[in-house]
Design a protein around this ligand. Structure first.
Ligand code: G3P
Ligand code: CA
Length: 289
C-alpha cells in the first residue's frame, strides 16, 4: 500500500516536472502553443533573411521562420526586407552610381554579387541575398515551417502569382506542405489575390484591423497578425471569435516580441504565435522554468 502510494506520488511528480521542462524535442524542435517564429530567420544571431539566419533558427530548434519576398528587375524573387539593397548589402560599394539601389532596379545576377553578411559581422562575410527558391529549399532541408511575407507587393504587380509558382514548383503547395506554410502581407488586396489564386493556402493579414472589419477580412485571411504594441486580450478574443475562410477560427501571430516579459504577456492574451528576432528568448520565457 505504502509502496503503491509512493509510486503514484512519484509518477505525479515526474509528470509535473515534465510539464515544467523546456518543450524542446530533439527531433521536433521547440514545440508548444503559442508557436515561436524566427523573424527574418534568427535575426539576432545571423544576418536577417539569409540562409545563415535559417540555419541559426534550426540550430535553436525553432520550427518556424519568417521572411520577406520582393522581386528583381528581371523577375527573380529574392528574400530581403527593405525595398532598397542599401542597408543589408554592400551595394553602395559594388554599384556606386546606382542610388537609391532599389531591389527592382537590379537584376538577379547583380543581386547575387552582393555581400549580405558583412554588415552584420565578419563571420558572415560573403552571405548572399537568397532567391526564394534557395530559401525554401533550405527551410525544407531543416523540415521547418515558413511564414512568407509579400513585402511591398504594390511595387511588384503579379508577385502573388510569381510566388505561388515558385512554391508550387518546390512542392510547397502539396498536401504535406500546406500546414507548414502561411503567406502574409500588410496589403489586403495582395492577400485576397493569393486566396483567390490558391484557396488552400493559409494566409495572414498583417496589422490590426478594427473588430468590426474582421468578418470582411475573414473572407480571405486565416490569421490576423498585429504588432504586440496594440494588442489586448479582448482583441485576441475578438479575432478568435470570427471564422476564417477554411471554417476555423481566425488565429493571431504577433510581432516582434524580443523580451521575456512581453512574451509572457501576449501568451497570456492567448495568441497562437509569437514572431521574434530572439526566438530562443521567447521559447525560454514560455517553456522553461
Ligand atoms: O512578420 C511580421 C513582421 O515581419 C512585419 O514587419 O517590417 O519586420 O516585415 P516587418
Ligand atoms: Ca516581415
Amino acid at each position: 500500500m505504502h509502496a503503491r502510494t509512493v509510486a503514484a506520488a512519484t509518477t505525479a511528480l515526474v509528470g509535473f516536472v515534465a510539464l515544467l521542462l523546456p518543450v524542446h524535442d530533439a527531433r521536433a524542435g521547440i514545440v508548444g502553443r503559442p508557436v515561436v517564429i524566427a523573424h527574418r530567420g534568427a535575426s539576432a544571431q545571423a544576418p536577417e533573411n539569409t540562409l545563415a539566419a535559417v540555419d541559426a533558427a534550426a540550430d535553436l530548434g525553432v520550427r518556424w521562420v519568417e521572411n520577406d519576398v520582393q522581386r528583381t528587375e528581371d523577375g527573380e524573387l529574392v528574400v530581403i526586407h527593405d525595398d532598397s539593397l542599401e542597408r543589408t548589402t554592400d551595394v553602395e560599394e559594388v554599384f556606386p552610381g546606382r542610388a537609391p539601389w532599389k531591389v527592382r532596379d537590379f537584376t538577379a545576377a547583380e543581386v547575387a554579387r552582393l555581400d549580405a553578411g558583412s554588415w552584420f559581422g565578419p563571420a558572415y562575410a560573403g552571405a548572399r541575398v537568397p532567391t526564394l527558391r534557395e530559401y525554401v529549399r533550405r527551410v525544407e532541408r531543416h523540415d521547418q515551417k515558413l511564414l512568407l511575407e509579400l513585402k511591398n507587393p504594390a511595387l511588384y504587380p503579379g508577385i502573388e502569382r510569381d510566388t505561388l509558382k515558385v512554391l508550387a514548383d518546390e512542392g510547397w503547395l502539396d498536401r504535406g506542405h500546406l500546414d507548414r506554410l502561411v503567406v502574409q502581407s500588410f496589403a489586403a488586396d495582395s492577400l485576397r489575390a493569393v486566396h483567390d489564386l490558391a484557396p488552400s493556402v493559409t494566409t495572414g493579414l498583417l496589422g490590426r484591423p478594427p473588430v468590426r472589419d474582421l468578418p470582411g477580412s475573414a473572407a480571405f485571411t486565416d490569421l490576423v497578425n498585429p504588432s504586440y504594441v496594440s494588442l489586448s486580450a479582448e482583441y485576441v478574443s475578438a479575432v478568435h471569435a470570427v471564422e476564417g475562410p477554411h471554417g476555423r477560427p481566425l488565429r493571431i501571430f504577433v510581432w516582434t516580441v524580443d523580451d521575456a516579459a512581453t512574451a509572457r504577456t501576449v501568451a497570456g492574451y492567448g495568441v497562437d504565435g509569437i514572431i521574434s528576432d530572439k526566438p530562443d528568448v521567447v521559447a525560454r520565457a514560455l517553456y522553461e522554468r
